[in-house]
Ligand binder design. Structure first.
Ligand SMILES: [Fe+2]
Ligand SMILES: [Fe+2]
Length: 375
């Protein structure tokens, strides 16, 4: 009996980890064929993302020469919301006698039961779970799906590395090299077709910051977006404030005569106030929540919005941060965001004291205000 896999996703863009997953799936499940199926995207959803045609072409580049992999335009050509049960039904009709395997990522598994007709997928295919390192909650979602549909989900041995398409879009938008994440063919395609250039804010930051600061900024955006997804914060606002948070890091406040700064503000934190000023006056950001998040991203303050808190911690724990204690902080934020945030404000104070750095009143204020949140 033929063994055929179905691997859907937005692939925006396809990256090396998708490739590794596909190859492992073929080996572990002993597949004869694996269909890689990009989802259709409604035109209004495209924005800074790639078109259906470009995503399809990048998949062709990525899997060029792979005999057992077939890129299917089925969902793109259906031009509607991509319902997986329809895709499964299509392939079941095509391969009546084959055993079908349907791949789900752990992030998708937790919402699987809310999809349209999940029982049709479960009846016609064997569900296969692919995990990525650092993802939690797999087991519980797995059990819930197994119990609800009375099936056994196969867990793939292979655990993927944590590359995400978001990371590539952010890197490309900031003009950073994406060669670590995608194969050369895809990298060239992105370049030649000017994909993922981001909006005018990305171009501004791309020109305003040196490479090292752009890598840090990319880390903050990716970390902040992950937290925002988990906590249900507005993704667009979070991305904007993370992108702009350090824009004034290399600017001199004295060059902005209309910008007023209290005389007791330590040099190291001037850029948070000047950054908010530039975002407002030059980049025409008028959302006070975004401006406030930038304005207090390094000191914090009392009574912060969720977005401000997310930016504050993302700045401290983004993957390029290497200081002593950063792992513990990451863990605490993962376990309980509000408690982790409050813990972070205390750690910042301790760090400033230990290093003999000036402590602005806001840093004391935020640590005091939130200390009751620590569990
Ligand atoms: Fe900063
Ligand atoms: Fe920063």
């Amino acid at each position: 009996m033929k063994r055929v896999g179905i691997f859907g996703g937005s692939f925006d863009p396809v990256h090396k980890e998708h490739f590794n997953m596909a190859k492992s799936v073929i080996n572990e499940l002993n597949l004869d064929l694996l269909y890689v199926i990009p989802t259709y995207k409604a035109p209004h959803k495209k924005g800074a993302y790639a078109s259906d045609k470009d995503r399809f072409n990048m998949l062709l580049e990525c899997f060029k020469g792979e005999q057992k992999i077939c890129i299917s335009p089925f969902e793109i050509e259906s031009e509607g919301v991509s319902f997986s049960y329809l895709t499964v039904t299509h392939f079941k009709n095509l391969y009546k006698d084959a055993e079908l395997f349907f791949l789900v990522g752990s992030d998708m598994l937790s919402s699987f039961l809310t999809w349209k007709n999940p029982e049709i997928i479960a009846k016609n295919t064997k569900l296969v779970l692919i995990s990525r390192s650092g993802e939690s909650g797999d087991l519980q979602a797995l059990k819930t799906v197994e119990t609800a549909l009375n099936i056994k989900v196969k867990k793939l041995e292979y655990v993927g590395k944590n590359i995400s398409s978001t990371q590539i879009r952010v890197y490309a938008g900031l003009g950073l090299d994406v060669g670590d994440f995608v194969f050369d063919g895809v990298k060239n395609y992105i370049k030649e077709n000017n994909l993922y250039c981001g909006n005018y804010l990305y171009s501004y930051v791309s020109k305003a910051l040196p490479e090292k600061r752009k890598i840090h900024t990319a880390g903050v955006i990716i970390t902040a977006l992950k937290l925002a997804k988990k906590l249900g914060a507005n993704l667009e606002k979070v991305e904007t404030c993370a992108l702009l948070h350090d824009i004034a890091k290399y600017l001199d406040a004295s060059n902005y005569p209309n910008f007023k700064l209290d005389s007791d503000v330590p040099k190291a934190i001037e850029h948070q106030f000047l950054g908010a000023y530039i975002a407002k006056t030059e980049l025409k950001i008028d959302d006070e929540e975004i401006l406030d998040a930038i304005r207090y991203h390094s000191t914090g303050k009392k009574d912060m919005s969720l977005i401000s808190k997310i930016l504050y911690v993302a700045d401290l724990i983004e993957p390029n941060r290497k200081y002593e204690g950063v792992e513990l902080l990451r863990q605490k934020i993962e376990e309980n965001f509000n408690s982790g945030f409050a813990f972070a404000t205390q750690e910042v104070l301790k760090f400033l004291e230990k290093n003999g750095q000036p402590i602005y009143y806001l840093a004391n204020e935020v640590a005091n205000y939130y200390k009751g949140d620590i569990i």
